[in-house]
Design a protein around this ligand. Structure first.
Ligand code: LMR
Length: 329
């Protein structure tokens, strides 16, 4: 009897070692556009590990990084059609699927720090935003950070006059496009996976992103200057296909959701460090000059982009903006 018990205990401890051999009953395909060594890439891998471990291999997660499967243009559509089951686009990319209120996160100089971001993403406003997703056939599992964006080009971008005439790659967000126009630049919307090539060939002159994205796409090889403007926030929402989600048993949904919440907490914890490490690595290569702004220069930038909020108020929705103001008070 004792031997039998030990044998059972032995197998209970086994799934880890035998994961590779168990054929998953459910396979969840998670597609994203960035490198694995980024907050999003690491969060996706952590999620995979947690789900596979806790389900004893019964639920498998396939992660497709680097726009291997789908780029910005089509990942959302692929999700809606059920060609993939989970994506985590930046909040800037929801306007294009009829949810322009998500672009409120793109308003320049909106958040003083990540604590201010949390007041939105983990408060009632964040909840209300997630509740908008089912109208597009999606279910939102939560928000997470990359961090604050910096500006790059082949010249320092410290004051509005430095932007004049530059073609700046932007995500498909009207708010970000308006921000670039307010600075005197010409916004060019391109998929993330096309950005490095466009910078290399001169199709665009510069771009904005947190340093971890800049570094892991090797943009430093094609951009001489990085200016630490910290002018805007880049975060993500994890979304899944509503039909897929409803097809899962409740216990599986709970397991997946819990694993995701832990992966998102993990991502929020490491995002800053990932960006700091990328900046340090960048300093060491010496390919790109790194510029810090004086408080006056930052104030000039802030003043130049102030009209954006008014210009885009109708697109985002005045009620959303009011709720935002109250939450950030
Ligand atoms: C971008 O397109 O610049 C970013 O949204 C990429 C990402 O997912 O971090």
């Amino acid at each position: 009897r004792r031997a039998w018990l030990t044998a059972i205990a032995g197998t209970a401890a086994l799934p880890d070692a035998t994961l590779g051999q168990i054929k998953p009953a459910i396979t969840l395909r998670f597609s994203h556009v960035v490198a694995e060594e980024t907050p999003k890439g690491l969060a996706a891998n952590r999620f995979k590990m947690l789900v596979e471990q806790r389900s004893g291999g019964r639920i498998g997660v396939q992660v497709f990084p680097n726009a291997q499967l789908y780029g910005d243009q089509d990942e959302m559509q692929a999700l809606q059609l059920g060609a993939v089951d989970m994506v985590a686009p930046s909040l800037s990319k929801f306007g294009r699927i009829g949810l322009p209120e998500f672009e409120l996160f793109d308003l320049p100089f909106l958040f003083d720090d990540l604590a201010a971001v949390r007041r939105i993403t983990q408060g009632p406003l964040g909840q209300k935003l997630l509740e908008r997703l089912p109208r597009q056939g999606l279910v939102g599992l939560g928000f997470f950070d990359n961090g604050f964006k910096q500006m790059s080009a082949n010249r320092p971008l410290l004051e509005p006059k430095d932007f004049v005439g530059l073609r700046m790659r932007v995500q498909a967000s009207r708010v970000i496009a308006a921000q670039m126009r307010a600075l005197g630049a010409r916004p060019v919307t391109l998929a993330f996976s096309e950005t490095r090539r466009a910078l290399a060939s001169g199709v665009v002159d510069g771009t904005e992103n947190p340093v971890s994205n800049f570094w892991t796409q090797a943009m430093h090889e094609v951009q001489r200057d990085l200016s630490l403007t910290e002018h805007g926030y880049l975060g993500y929402a994890v979304v899944t296909n509503q039909r897929f989600w409803q097809s899962l048993a409740l216990v599986d949904r709970q397991l997946i959701n819990l694993a995701m919440q832990e992966a998102l907490t993990f991502a929020n914890r490491i995002a800053d460090a990932q960006n700091d490490n990328a900046l340090e690595a960048l300093r060491q290569t010496g390919t790109t000059r790194i510029h810090t702004l004086s408080s006056d220069q930052r104030a000039y930038l802030r003043r130049a982009v102030q009209p954006v909020q008014q210009q885009l108020a109708n697109r985002i929705g005045p009620a959303w903006l009011n709720a935002l103001r109250v939450a950030l008070l």
